[in-house]
Design a protein around this ligand. Structure first.
Ligand code: FA5
Ligand code: MG
Length: 381
């Protein structure tokens, strides 16, 4: 059930070997399971829901802005800390820079954690309208809408003063309005009618900033972030008199809603019962689940230490169980009189493709327990 790991990949015309990406040294935290995803490029497969969605979004932009938006879907996913963070004004102490949140290849090189990593280089090359689609990587929690590799599409549009002059509003308001219209139009193009709402938020690279949420599986699910680009980014890229907007869409989240895909792990399935349900150019079809396999729950309690993080725990669980891990959830948390804190986590194991045996799950759980002790230095209870 695990993809074989090729040792050399060619991505966007660049060759990279496993040895360059997965190394046993303290500046590197990329596991093999992540390296094995690097060449998959689900967004470049016309028969895959992610590729079908990408093409449908292209259609929307081609129809509404003929010959405007340039498209990039094969930019190298290994980028510098400068590209991923500095160029988009992420502060030096921002959590997203930590080894707990981001996969570092070495201290100056990361697996991009968002497609915003390419904004500045494309602006500097003179592009004013662009869409960048790619795989992005994050150390994150384990549940049905989070996965350590997912796909984003970045959109970017630059305005010149004569675009907003005469409109009666300033450049920033003009861009914010245009952005919301553009994305609401996109949502209608993709979904027809769907319940959605705008939420104000914060990003270091935009102001004002918004998130769009869609109602799905009885919850509001965040599907994109966007906003009016900070002037400093434009200035640093030689665009002193301009205003711009940018957005970053989570393609898996949108595809889950569009195709009724209940679990984000399914995108990685090579099971024909999944792959055969999708075809090129076909947007609205609804996925018929084939997995009614039962889940199995295992609880695990331990005393944490100061360096414990949930992302590190999730990395251990994924390393052992791969996509058999459906969810990792904190179900109990208390501190005793001596000041020691105990966490109880419930791990849900379930295959999308077959029934798991008790022996198999027990063996996985045993391994998780061993590695949680040895790698995270916690004390099992
Ligand atoms: C960003 O990544 C910003 N770069 C987006 C942006 C671009 C804002 C341009 C402003 C201007 P955020 O971390 O919220 O923002 O991620 C964007 C989207 O990616 C989310 O809305 C969600 O749809 C998706 N996403 C985030 N984490 C995961 C994950 N672990 N698994 C699947 N999808 C995810
Ligand atoms: Mg967000």
């Amino acid at each position: 059930w695990r993809q074989p790991v090729a040792s050399v990949l060619e991505l966007g015309g660049v060759k990279v070997s496993r040895e360059e990406i997965v190394r046993d040294d303290p500046t590197n935290n990329v596991p093999d399971t992540i390296f094995s995803k690097l060449g998959m490029q689900l967004h470049r497969r016309d028969q895959h829901p992610i590729g079908i969605l990408k093409n449908a979004i292209y259609d929307y932009f081609d129809t509404n802005y003929p010959n405007k938006f340039e498209k990039f879907d094969n930019l190298f996913p290994v980028v510098s800390v400068k590209q991923n963070f500095d160029d988009v004004l992420v502060p030096a102490d921002h959590v997203s820079r930590s080894y707990n949140d981001t996969y570092y290849v070495d201290s100056q090189t990361v697996l991009r954690c968002h497609t915003s990593a390419h904004q500045a280089e494309l602006l500097r090359k003179g592009h004013n309208y662009f869409l960048v689609t790619g795989d992005v990587y994050r150390r994150d929690s384990i549940d049905s809408t989070h996965y350590p590799v997912f796909h984003q599409m970045e959109g970017f549009r630059v305005f010149a003063p004569n675009d907003w002059e005469g409109s009666g509003v300033d450049g920033t308001s003009y861009a914010a309005l245009d952005l919301k219209n553009c994305l609401e139009g996109l949502a209608r193009h993709l979904f027809g009618a769907v319940e959605m709402r705008w939420v104000d938020t914060y990003f270091p690279f935009t102001n004002p900033s918004f998130e769009l949420e869609i109602y799905f599986q009885e919850k509001w699910m965040e599907v994109l972030g966007c906003g009016v680009t900070e002037q400093e980014i434009l200035k640093n890229c030689g665009r002193t008199n301009n205003v711009a907007w940018a957005f970053g869409l989570g393609l898996e989240r949108l595809a889950m809603v569009l195709f009724d895909i209940p679990d984000i792990r399914l995108f990685w399935s090579s099971d024909e019962r999944f792959t055969s349900q999708f075809s090129k150019g076909k947007l609205g079809m609804k996925f018929k689940p084939f997995s009614k396999y039962p889940p199995c729950y295992k609880d695990m309690s331990f005393w944490i230490n100061d360096s414990f993080t949930e992302n590190n725990l999730c990395e251990v669980v994924r390393g052992v169980a791969g996509d058999l891990a459906e969810e990792v959830k904190l179900i109990d948390n208390f501190t005793n009189k001596k000041g020691m804190t105990s966490h109880c986590y419930r791990i849900t194991f379930r295959s999308m493709e077959r029934s798991l045996t008790d022996e198999e799950i027990n063996a996985l759980q045993l391994k998780v327990r061993e590695q949680v002790e040895s790698k995270l230095n916690v004390v099992l209870r």
